[in-house]
Design a protein around this ligand. Structure first.
Ligand code: NAD
Ligand code: 89V
Length: 343
């Protein structure tokens, strides 16, 4: 198949990474961009040499001439833009968080299914090199059957400087960051039957919660803890590393700060450096996330060409999104939430 043509909607803070990654991806390129903010549209258009520029999604779709759309706006517009893509029979990638509510997310998945168009959520954390390395170690049976895990992201990094909207929502850390860690928990230990959560707001300058501790009962009997915090001041700032601990019947896996992967089993302990590549356009400490943006976008193109389901398809992401909703409900009620009943 020839090179796919893409259009990108939303030329904000994170879309710059997506645009750089599209330049690197094999088999696709961006031919049109859209943003309702003319200044953002101009900056990105000039930086990446894109002449077809639109201030409105309807006008972009009406002109057409592209094989897929990459929706990089914030969550408020996701449902309308995904539905617009489905109406125009255009396969769509949608940034996380996929939707405002699980019920919206379900409708978006169903709309794309009925329209016969592929839908992938840009849930990129599972594509990070260190997370892929953990999954690989499990797949080759290095620690036997996993029975316990911890997925941890604790930081004092000022995320609000680049993404000021994160300080303004009623919901913050579970919806924005916990969603990635919950997805990693599913990716590594499998689907979840029940969720229990506790949250806190430590930083009084923001509206939402900035600390969450979540207990997951996985369907295979494993238990995991997903803990996320933006109120944790450490001697060496780990942003944006997700640390992982897995205990299995035959050994343990530890993904430690600084991208070390330690696997211990009857043969002893091996320590491997699983650092992400610093892509030419990337910058520390974001390079881990930036490399995963390239990886997920390459996966989008490869699977689209093969006509195969994406790892983080809309349907798959409903199961991660349910954990977000379940965690908020559990924190609000103090109860354990049955995830199966939500899906
Ligand atoms: P941003 O506010 O900087 O950019 C969003 C852009 O979309 C703005 O330029 C805005 O004008 C434009 N926009 C909004 N609605 C529009 C519409 N209906 N039509 C056209 N343009 C519209 O936000 P951001 O920080 O770039 O975040 C965008 C999304 O990316 C969010 O959903 C966020 O959670 C996600 N994000 C993901 C990662 C990741 O690693 N996957 C990291 C950061 C942000
Ligand atoms: O990935 C994200 O959604 C970002 C960040 C890692 C900064 O929380 O908002």
């Amino acid at each position: 198949m020839s090179e796919l043509k893409g259009a990108l909607i939303g030329c904000g803070f994170f879309a710059i990474n997506q645009m750089h990654a599209w330049n690197d991806v094999d088999g696709a390129r961006i031919v049109a961009i859209c943003d309702r903010d003319p200044a953002r549209l101009k900056v990105v258009g000039e930086q990446f040499g894109i002449d077809r520029r639109y201030g409105d999604g309807e006008a972009l779709f009406a002109d057409g001439g592209f094989d897929f759309v990459d929706i990089a706006t914030t969550v408020e517009s996701h449902r309308a833009l995904v539905e617009m893509a489905a109406r125009h029979k255009v396969p769509a990638i949608c940034q996380k968080p996929f939707a405002k509510t699980l019920s919206d997310a379900r409708i978006m998945v169903e709309t794309c299914r009925k329209a016969g168009v592929a839908l992938m959520v840009h849930e990129n954390f599972r594509w990070q090199t260190p997370i892929q390395a953990v999954r690989k170690a499990l797949e080759v049976g290095a620690i036997g059957t996993p029975f316990w895990g911890r997925i941890s992201f604790r930081s004092g990094y000022d995320v609000f400087s680049g993404q000021p909207y994160l300080a303004e929502g009623e919901r913050f850390i579970i919806e924005d960051l916990g969603i990635h860690a919950l997805d990693i928990a599913r990716y590594i230990l499998g689907d979840v039957s029940a969720v229990t959560a506790r949250t806190k707001r430590v930083n009084q300058k923001i509206k939402g919660e900035d600390v969450a501790t979540i207990l997951l009962d996985h369907k295979n009997g494993a238990t995991s803890v997903v803990d996320v915090s933006y109120a944790t001041k450490l001697s060496t700032e780990p942003f944006p590393e997700t640390l992982v601990e897995i205990d299995g019947s035959e050994g343990t896996i530890r993904l430690t700060q600084g991208y070390g992967l330690k696997v211990t089993n009857a043969q002893g302990t091996t320590t491997t450096n699983v650092s992400p590549k610093l892509l030419p356009w990337a910058s520390r400490p974001w390079h881990n996330i930036q490399e995963s943006v390239y990886a997920i976008q390459q996966h989008w193109v490869d699977q689209l060409k093969r006509g195969m389901e994406h790892s983080t398809s809309g349907a798959d992401n409903l199961r991660t999104f349910a954990l977000v909703e379940g965690a908020y409900e559990s924190a609000a009620t103090g109860q354990t939430i049955d995830v199966g009943a939500m899906l």
